[in-house]
Structure formats: structure tokens, C-alpha cells
Design a protein around this ligand. Structure first.
Ligand SMILES: Cc1cc2nc3c(=O)[nH]c(=O)nc-3n(C[C@H](O)[C@H](O)[C@H](O)COP(=O)(O)OP(=O)(O)OC[C@H]3O[C@@H](n4cnc5c(N)ncnc54)[C@H](O)[C@@H]3O)c2cc1C
Ligand SMILES: *[C@@H]1O[C@H](CO)[C@@H](O)[C@H](O)[C@H]1NC(C)=O
Ligand SMILES: *[C@@H]1O[C@H](CO)[C@@H](O)[C@H](O)[C@H]1NC(C)=O
Ligand SMILES: *[C@@H]1O[C@H](CO)[C@@H](O)[C@H](O)[C@H]1NC(C)=O
Length: 549
């Protein structure tokens, strides 16, 4: 084994390859659980392009648990209006064709304690980086992972410092690939991907509008958020900040729609072609603009055939590639990190069995695949109808956006149910769903026995397992006490016909166990009605199951 210059092999419990949105989120979450981890990032700093900007409610819940929610909302208001939209237009000067979401937060408080927030990766990553560091994660930039080997106990990775070319070796219990779209780790592990594949070789145009007065005369110039454009010349989307200063335009398809060449605007990209596309999307000859930069990238829809190889796990874009339509890519990656963080923490602290991390793949793989398929469907509807045969070919089941964002269901051996789990229900309606094992513990306001009123239930998540009980919950409280603090209990005050009892299917002598990631792990409607003989024995069985002991 290659050793470091001083002959030692460094050790760290978790090595995270890739220090962007997903790697930094995972590092901060692990560090919050007190797990030592190291992030290596081949670039010298965090993101230089805006990319992911629409942060969904469950993503914001994760950032709330990290103490970043308020500052993100504040930062967002520097660039975006409170009211942001997702629409399709003919051009800025042309007709409004469709409103997907007129105000991204309309009605959101019914189903979530957190809001949708627009904030670019450029603005967010420094916050995540500082948080991860503050909580104790080690961050190493300009450092690339170049090879890896693993055995049943550990992973050994070779790192190269890109400034000095010096290589070093590091050994970890787990290696998490958060190394993006072209994941080096995925290639080194030889994990192939499958799915519809390449949709477009796309061009992103970063620009600034120079005469705001002229712009203001155009019919659709006042919108901020995601503005799709569809006309004979271009199929594309603007991401508009309030001042149209840090805006960009993504061209996915140009020229005669349906032709092969139309899907590859990157191949013929030049300043001249970019000016033409931008002009066609604006739809007015007079508006002056300045193009700052062009970048090209591929819109791909596929998933690796597995998310795990031994002690290496894939997360983020390394674990699912999807077109940006709908803004699911980064959000799905943050949820990967949230699912993984507590599982690794519990195993590394000796509180869970070694097979718990296997449930990461069991739970996240169907969600990754379903989300990729839905992003493909959005892409076909919003940008490229000529690819609609792919939606049929892959038998895509479309979920309403809110269901996909907020109420996807997990199925795994770490959930405790009486009957078998129906794996064909991938999403449900967050406004009406009943909290069954594997469901998101959905948003309700609760009153606690110690006198707090109207607290969002999610306020209790993110810090271990929580056992919610009613006013006749004494046996559960006593039973939980004997389990050495594995389950923190919270006693609630509710009426049997009121919202908590109904949506969580419990009576005064029932109990609901919520995991650290805010999913229901187990529930019992009532000790009496379900004829529970020994609450402590049952809770012990539940603990064994949900922690894979
Ligand atoms: C135009 C556009 C708009 C988008 N809009 C949205 C949106 O609104 N909402 C949304 O959720 N998503 C959006 N996305 C998708 C989103 O940007 C990605 O899903 C997200 O960046 C994935 O994060 P990640 O951390 O998994 O990967 P990345 O951000 O790609 O980061 C991977 C990191 O790993 C590093 N790395 C790679 N290999 C190595 C190695 N061998 N050693 C060390 N480091 C390595 C890379 O340098 C990189 O920093 C958009 C994408 C595009 C292109
Ligand atoms: C590192 O290696 C690259 C490619 O081999 C080389 O171009 C560069 O000069 C080297 N840098 C240093 C600091 O040695
Ligand atoms: C699964 O879907 C079926 C049909 O839509 C529904 O009747 C059932 O209640 C769902 N199950 C869960 C656990 O959501
Ligand atoms: C599972 O749910 C699907 C649809 O949601 C339904 O068609 C099917 O009958 C259900 N299967 C079982 C065993 O309940």
C-alpha cells in the first residue's frame, strides 16, 4: 500500500468525495451527529456557476436542521422576489403559454412547515461549507480521488493534491461518492448506468440585460423564477433574478423541432449563435444585453444499476442523472444525504447493526428512478415534445409535483409494519396521506403535554428517534425509558377526532415512532385495541428492526 510521505496512512471514519451541494450537506449532517468526516474536492473552492436554485420544502427542512433556513431566506431576498414562478412563454415579448406554478409558495403552508426558496448553488455552497467546518468536518480542496480499493472492513483511497501533485493514502470505514454527474467513483467501481440516456447537449448563456427600461416594456419581463420559452427558434429556459443581472438562459433545443441536430445546440455553440438564441428568447430587437460566458453540458436521464458497492455508496448526481426540468437534481441529492447521514452515524457509534446502510439503497433507489422518470416527463412536456416516445417506452408513472417533492414513500427492512409494504405506492398526497411506516411524517401542528401550542411536528425531527404518544401513553413512556434513550418521547395533547389522531392514525394510548430523517418507522394505533400485552417487549422488537440490530 502506498503510504504518505511520512509513512503513515491517514484514517477517517467517513470519506466524502466531492465538495459541492451534496458532499457539503452530508459533511455538515455527519458532523452534527459528531461523526468525523473528510470532504475532498478537486476544485480549489466551491461552485462557480449558479445551477441548482429552486430548493424544495424537504430540502429546506434539512437546511433548517442545520440552522441555515433563516439565513437562506434572507440571502434569497437579495436576488429574488418573495413571489417566484414557473411558467412557459413564447418569448419575453410574446404570449404567456402556461403557468406551472404562478407563485411557488402558494398554499404551501397546508403541507409543509418550510417554504420553497430560490438560492443559487454559488450563494448556498459557501454557507454549507462554513457550517460543515464549524461543526467539525475536515475539508480539503484542490484534492482529487484517483483510485480506491476496499475489503470487508475499510476503503482505501489514493488522493492527489492538484497544486503539488503529491499523492497520499487515506483509509475510511465508508466512502461516499458525491462526485457528481461524471462520478469518478462510479467509474472506478465499474457501476454502469441505465435509462433513456442523452437528451440534449445543452448550452448555458450567462448574460446581463443592459437597458432595463426597454426590457420593462415587454409583456413577460416582470416574472422572476424559472421561465421556459418555446417558439420555432428555441426551446429553453431563463432563470431570472429580480434585477435580471445574474440571469442565465439554458438552450436545450434550437431550430427545427424534432430534428436530430436541434437537440445538440452545444455542438455549434459560438458567441454568434448564443446571441441569436438569446434574441429569439427575448423576442425584441431593441433590448441590449451583454453575454458574460457560455458553458456546455449534457442533459441525461439515467440511474446507476446500484447505489452501493461494499462500503462505497453513491449520492447526488453520482446516483441519478436527470434533466433540470422541475429542479429535482440537487434536491434529490440533499435527500440522499439526509437518508444516509443518520444511518452512518448510528452504525459508527455502535448503536445500529452493520447492515443498516444497506437500507440506503433499498429506500433511495426507487425514489431516484421515479424522480429521474418524472424529470424526463417534465422535460418532454416543457421542452422537447418530440421525445414523448421515451415516456411511453419507460412506462413513466407521473406524480404530481407536490407529491414527488414532499411525500415519497420508503420500503425497506428498517421499517416495522404488521403487513407487507405495498411497494407500488411510491408517492402519496401530502395533504391527505396517513402516516404509515415508510411515509414522510407529514406536516401537522401539535400541542405538547408540557404546554407548547401549535408547534410544527417537524420541529422535533433531526436529532434522533422521537416517539410521539398521547395522554394515555404512560406504558410507552416507561418502555422507552428502559431502552437507554434510543427513543426520545414527546407527549402530545390531542382529541381523538382531531387532525393529529386522524392523520397519524393514533388514539390516546397509541404511539408513533419517527426516524431522525422525519420518516415514520413504526406506529401502534392503540395498546388496548391492538391488544398489546407487553409494550416494552414490543418496543424492543421495534428497536431491533429499525436499527437492523
Ligand atoms: C442549468 C442547470 C440548472 C439546474 N437547476 C437545478 C435546480 O433548480 N434545482 C436542483 O435541485 N437541481 C438543479 N440542477 C442540478 C444540480 O445542479 C445538480 O443536481 C447538483 O449540483 C448535484 O450536486 P452534487 O453535489 O451531487 O454534484 P456536483 O454539484 O456535480 O458536485 C460534484 C463535485 O465533485 C467533485 N469531484 C468530481 N470528481 C472528483 C474526484 N475524483 N475527486 C474529488 N472531487 C471530485 C467535482 O469537482 C464537484 O465539485 C441544475 C443543473 C443544471 C445544469
Ligand atoms: C503536476 O503534473 C502536471 C501533469 O503531469 C504538470 O503539468 C505540472 O507541472 C505538475 N505540477 C507540479 C507542481 O509538479
Ligand atoms: C396505496 O395506493 C392505493 C391505491 O391508490 C391506496 O388505496 C392505498 O391506501 C395506498 N397505500 C398507502 C400506504 O398509501
Ligand atoms: C398496491 O398498490 C397498487 C396501486 O397503488 C394497487 O394497484 C395494488 O393492488 C396494491 N397491492 C396490494 C397487495 O395491496
Amino acid at each position: 500500500m502506498a503510504a504518505n510521505t511520512n509513512g503513515t496512512v491517514e484514517q477517517v471514519p467517513v470519506l466524502i468525495v466531492g465538495g459541492s451541494l451534496v458532499g457539503l450537506t452530508l459533511a455538515a449532517l455527519l458532523a452534527k451527529y459528531g461523526i468525523k468526516c473528510m470532504v475532498i474536492e478537486k476544485h480549489s473552492s466551491t461552485a462557480i456557476h449558479p445551477r441548482a436554485t429552486l430548493m424544495m420544502p424537504r430540502t429546506m427542512q434539512v437546511f433548517k436542521e442545520l440552522g441555515l433556513y433563516e439565513i437562506m431566506k434572507e440571502e434569497s431576498l437579495k436576488y429574488y422576489d418573495k413571489k417566484t414562478c414557473i411558467i412557459t412563454i413564447e418569448s419575453l415579448a410574446g404570449k404567456l403559454l402556461h403557468k406551472w406554478l404562478e407563485d411557488v409558495n402558494e398554499g404551501i403552508e397546508r403541507v409543509s412547515a418550510t417554504r420553497r426558496v430560490f438560492l443559487t448553488q454559488q450563494a448556498l455552497e459557501p454557507l454549507l461549507r462554513a457550517k460543515a467546518k464549524e461543526l467539525g468536518a475536515q475539508l480539503r480542496f484542490s484534492t482529487e480521488m484517483v483510485s480506491l480499493t476496499q475489503d470487508s472492513d475499510s476503503v482505501t483511497a489514493t488522493l492527489k493534491n492538484r497544486d503539488t501533485n503529491i499523492t497520499s493514502t487515506i483509509r475510511s470505514s465508508y466512502l461516499i461518492a458525491a462526485d457528481g454527474f461524471r462520478s469518478t467513483t462510479r467509474s472506478l467501481l465499474g457501476i454502469p448506468t441505465q435509462g433513456p440516456g442523452l437528451l440534449s447537449r445543452a448550452l448555458t448563456i450567462y448574460f446581463e440585460i443592459l437597458d432595463k427600461d426597454r426590457l420593462a416594456t415587454l409583456a413577460n419581463a416582470h416574472y422572476s423564477g424559472v421561465v421556459y420559452v418555446s417558439n420555432p427558434a428555441v426551446r429553453c429556459f431563463f432563470r431570472f433574478d429580480r434585477d435580471k443581472k445574474e440571469s442565465f438562459l439554458v438552450i436545450n433545443s434550437a431550430g427545427k423541432q424534432g430534428s436530430e441536430a436541434s437537440r445538440f445546440p452545444a455542438d455549434t455553440a459560438s458567441m454568434e449563435s448564443a446571441e441569436g438564441y438569446l434574441r429569439a428568447a427575448i423576442g425584441d430587437e431593441e433590448v441590449k444585453f451583454k453575454i458574460h460566458q457560455l458553458t456546455t453540458w449534457e442533459a441525461i436521464a439515467d440511474v446507476p444499476v446500484r447505489l452501493r458497492e461494499g462500503r462505497c455508496l453513491l449520492a447526488g448526481d453520482a446516483a441519478h442523472r436527470m434533466p433540470p426540468s422541475g429542479g429535482f437534481g440537487g434536491n434529490t441529492g440533499v435527500q440522499d444525504a439526509h437518508n444516509l447521514a443518520w444511518k452512518l452515524a448510528y452504525v459508527l457509534k455502535g448503536q445500529a447493526g452493520p447492515s443498516l446502510p444497506e437500507t440506503y439503497e433499498e429506500e433511495r433507489y426507487p425514489i431516484a428512478k421515479h424522480t429521474v422518470e418524472n424529470a424526463l416527463a417534465h422535460y418532454v412536456h416543457r421542452t422537447e415534445p418530440s421525445l414523448s416516445h421515451l415516456v411511453d417506452e419507460y412506462d413513466v408513472k407521473e406524480s404530481p409535483v407536490e407529491h414527488l417533492e414532499m411525500a415519497y414513500r420508503y420500503h425497506s427492512k428498517a421499517l416495522f409494519t404488521n403487513g407487507p409494504l405495498n411497494a407500488s405506492n411510491i408517492t402519496e398526497d401530502p395533504a391527505t396521506s396517513v402516516a404509515a411506516p415508510g411515509s414522510v411524517a407529514h406536516h401537522v401542528l401539535v400541542d405538547t403535554a408540557d404546554g407548547r401550542k401549535n408547534v410544527a411536528i417537524s420541529e422535533f425531527f433531526g436529532d434522533g428517534f422521537v416517539l410521539f404518544v398521547g395522554s394515555n401513553g404512560g406504558p410507552w413512556i416507561n418502555a422507552a425509558r428502559k431502552l437507554e434513550g434510543t427513543f426520545r418521547t414527546v407527549q402530545l395533547v390531542f382529541d381523538d377526532d382531531k387532525v393529529f389522531a386522524r392523520r397519524y392514525s393514533v388514539l390516546q394510548d397509541g404511539a408513533v415512532l419517527v426516524r431522525p430523517d422525519g420518516f415514520v418507522a413504526w406506529s401502534c394505533r392503540s395498546i388496548v385495541r391492538e391488544k398489546v400485552q407487553d409494550a416494552q417487549k414490543l418496543l424492543e422488537e421495534v428497536r431491533k428492526r429499525v436499527l437492523c440490530l
